[in-house]
Design a protein around this ligand. Sequence first.
Ligand SMILES: O=P(O)(O)OC[C@@H](O)[C@H]1O[C@@H](OP(=O)(O)O)[C@@H](O)[C@@H](O)[C@@H]1O
Ligand SMILES: [Mg+2]
Ligand SMILES: [Zn+2]
Length: 179
Amino acid sequence: MLLKLLILDRDGVINYDSDAYIKSVEEWIPLPGSIAAIAQLSKAGWTVAVATNQSGIARGYYDLATLDAMHARLRELVAEQGGEVGLIVYCPHGPDEGCDCRKPKPGMLKTIAGHYDVSLTDVWFVGDSLGDLEAAKAVDSQPVLVKTGKGEKTLGKTLPVGTLIFDDLAAIAAELIHN
Ligand SMILES: O=P(O)(O)OC[C@@H](O)[C@H]1O[C@@H](OP(=O)(O)O)[C@@H](O)[C@@H](O)[C@@H]1O
Ligand SMILES: [Mg+2]
Ligand SMILES: [Zn+2]
């Protein structure tokens, strides 16, 4: 059976983003409808994974324990609504470290595909930044832009051909569950 895999960017898609980075669990605030959307997708048989740049670690704004606490909170909130979150992969590196995992490089997407032993072709990757969409395109996944977070700003840029655009994660869940 083909795994129904959906990969999400975190900041600006699941939770509010900030130009000052999301530096604590208290600053990690779900966007309206995002927790319910993930729970509904999960209960509908979707595996929801996360691929997130977290250069705030390299920059010293917060530590791995804090990052893990944010992700524990995400899992807790989705579980309260009967769903579950799959693999969460993050890039802790800074922009100048030349790692293979920082988006727009597709390393995190490849890690997720390998974990679930599936192809990335046409797998939807939902993001709010151009780097998210470029990472998707690099591995023949389906780039999906949401207008939350930095999405409205990203809309003004040249998007990869074929990018799908939705208002928010709730709209994506509705599309995937009901079609
Ligand atoms: O959207 P995801 O990938 O989940 O996470 C983005 C965050 O890591 C941060 O990424 C930073 O970019 P730089 O890493 O400084 O280029 C800035 O855009 C911050 O506003 C943002 O909170
Ligand atoms: Mg983002
Ligand atoms: Zn990295």
